[in-house]
Write a protein that binds this ligand. Structure first.
Ligand code: DGL
Length: 263
């Protein structure tokens, strides 16, 4: 029985896996976290493309029927270039989030936050404008959010002060919708919501990504009909570190995480 392959630069993509398991409980999932080379958010486009191709080739060896790029940075920098070069459908996290944001925004002002690489690529901006050219986009990098989440600093004075300073330009721009354009940011949702106010809609693309995956599998008659999907987790380094952090992202302990060298 073929699996859904998912990759991310590290542990953050588990937020997408959590939603895939919720919406597609019968599917087998193979996850690859590139923990040896994380973070992708500060790397060049060429490097992120090379890493992404290597990750996809690893997943293809695991007999996958679809690949989900859970990493926003890889989806922004690599996916536009590589998505049509493989024999399985590849789904990124940008388009599903963009669709939901454009649909949600009333005042046509949308904020996007992500890694430096994601913001510099302008992929979110380009896709939003393609969908609705009248939308004004304010895009900002929030590089300290990833280490905060990985260190478990999800609230408190330090995080709040940094978030206030990062998010001020979004408040000034009067956005009514903000895309959480990084795997880690949904864990900071309470702080971000508090600062931006309850009238701002925060978009976490995981749910839409799982809907998209389900749609593609259904259209291609690839949905698994037998029950009880199996989930396998691979990393390129530090399985203990990954397991320790996993609970924060997926809500349960992951015992069997295997280290592989895919490069
Ligand atoms: N997974 C990355 C993303 O969603 C964040 C961590 C990194 O920089 O590798 O953009």
């Amino acid at each position: 029985m073929k699996s859904i392959g998912v990759f991310d630069s590290g542990v953050g993509g588990l937020t997408v896996v959590k939603e895939l398991i919720r919406q597609l409980p019968n599917e087998n999932i193979v996850y690859f976290g590139d923990t040896a080379r994380v973070p992708y958010g500060i790397k060049s486009r060429e490097t992120v493309i090379r890493f992404s191709i290597e990750n996809i080739l690893f997943l293809l060896k695991q007999d996958v029927k679809l690949i989900c790029v859970a990493c926003n940075t890889a989806s922004s920098l690599a996916l536009p270039v590589i998505k049509n070069h493989f024999r399985v459908p590849i789904v990124g996290v940008i388009t599903p989030g963009v669709r939901e944001a454009v649909y949600a925004s009333q005042n046509k002002r949308i904020g996007v936050i992500g890694t430096k690489g994601t913001i510099k690529s302008r992929t979110y901006e380009i896709e939003i404008k393609q969908l609705d050219s009248k939308v004004k986009v304010k895009a900002l990098a929030c590089p300290l959010f990833v280490p905060f989440v990985e260190e478990g600093w999800l609230k408190g004075e330090v995080v709040e002060n940094v978030a206030k300073s990062y998010l001020k330009p979004l408040k000034d721009a009067g956005v009514d919708t903000v895309i959480l354009g990084c795997t880690h940011y949904p864990l900071l949702r309470p702080v971000i919501q508090e600062i931006l106010g309850k009238n701002v809609t925060l978009i976490d693309s995981a749910k839409q990504v799982a809907i998209e995956v389900k749609k593609i599998l259904a259209n291609e008659d690839l949905l698994n009909r037998s029950s009880g999907g199996k989930h396998r987790f691979f990393v390129s380094d530090n399985p203990e570190w990954f397991s320790g952090l996993a609970k924060r992202f997926i809500g349960k302990q992951l015992k069997d995480v295997r280290k592989v060298s895919n490069v």
